[in-house]
Design a protein around this ligand. Structure first.
Ligand code: PGA
Length: 248
């Protein structure tokens, strides 16, 4: 593991045409078409994007993965094996929007992590507290509870993304001190509780933009960025990837 990882989370945006155009712009640019850059696209466009990205260096990610491992009667679900089949390298797991709107809990998220790992897809476990939890001072406990599932995973590669809910899509970015504090906390927790933890990358997410990316990425223990809104604009995403590319 070297260099920073930047993943653009397109969320429920784009159509076939705009997804293709955005991917084409990223492919045409050496700052974005390189190792260490990924895009998490809507499930329906993954197969087409995988074809388009073939031969390039941009990694493909899903935004979710089923907690059910085996094929079967799970209407609407997309399994880890299917994601691997279309060429996903990563799968986001437990994004705060999924925790909030789909009530995903630790039991479901542990199953998702395990399924992804078993299928050869690297899960990106998203953790982070709400504004209320931040203000009450309970944020470290909240994040510790969310991280707890990692202690149940014996083996396999994964990534952690710290995304304070209050900074997602709000334009309110956490301060560098706040980011440094929680990233050090996550790193220490991993060192104490999981094996191979020196290799775990911890991304920051929450209103990462062209203007603030460099300072955030240079913060100690920040292994990269998970970028929402700014990843829908090729120009902004390029600046973020460029800042990441300059750092080892
Ligand atoms: P944002 O989203 O960059 O739009 O704040 C980040 C995320 O939810 O991954």
């Amino acid at each position: 593991m070297s260099g920073k990882l930047v993943i653009g989370n397109w969320k429920m945006n784009t159509r076939g045409d705009s997804a293709r155009q955005l991917a084409a712009a990223l492919l045409a640019d050496g700052e974005t078409n390189r190792e260490g850059v990924g895009i998490a696209a809507p499930a329906v466009y993954l197969a087409a994007l995988a074809e388009q990205l073939k031969g390039g260096n941009i990694a493909l990610s899903s935004q979710d993965v089923s907690r059910f491992a085996a094929d079967g009667a799970f209407t609407g679900e997309v399994s880890a094996a299917m994601l691997a089949d279309v060429g996903c390298r990563y799968a986001l797991v437990g994004h705060s929007e999924r925790r909030q709107y789909f009530r995903e809990d630790n039991a479901a998220l542990l199953a998702k992590m395990r399924n992804a790992i078993a299928a050869g897809v690297v899960p990106v476990l998203c953790v982070g507290e709400t504004l209320e939890q931040r203000e009450s001072g309970a944020y470290l406990d909240v994040v510790r509870e969310q991280l707890a599932i990692l202690a149940e995973i014996a083996d396999g590669e994964y990534v952690v993304a710290y995304e304070p809910v209050w900074a997602i899509g709000t334009g309110k970015v956490a301060s560098l001190e706040q980011i440094a504090e929680i990233h050090a906390f996550i790193k220490n927790w991993c060192l104490q509780n999981v094996s191979g933890s020196d290799k775990i990358r911890v991304l920051y997410g929450g209103s990462v933009k062209a203007e603030n990316a460099e300072a955030i990425l240079a913060t100690e223990n920040v292994g990269g960025a998970l970028v929402g809104g700014a990843s829908l604009d090729a120009g902004s995403f390029r600046v973020i990837c460029q800042a990441a590319g300059k750092m080892i």
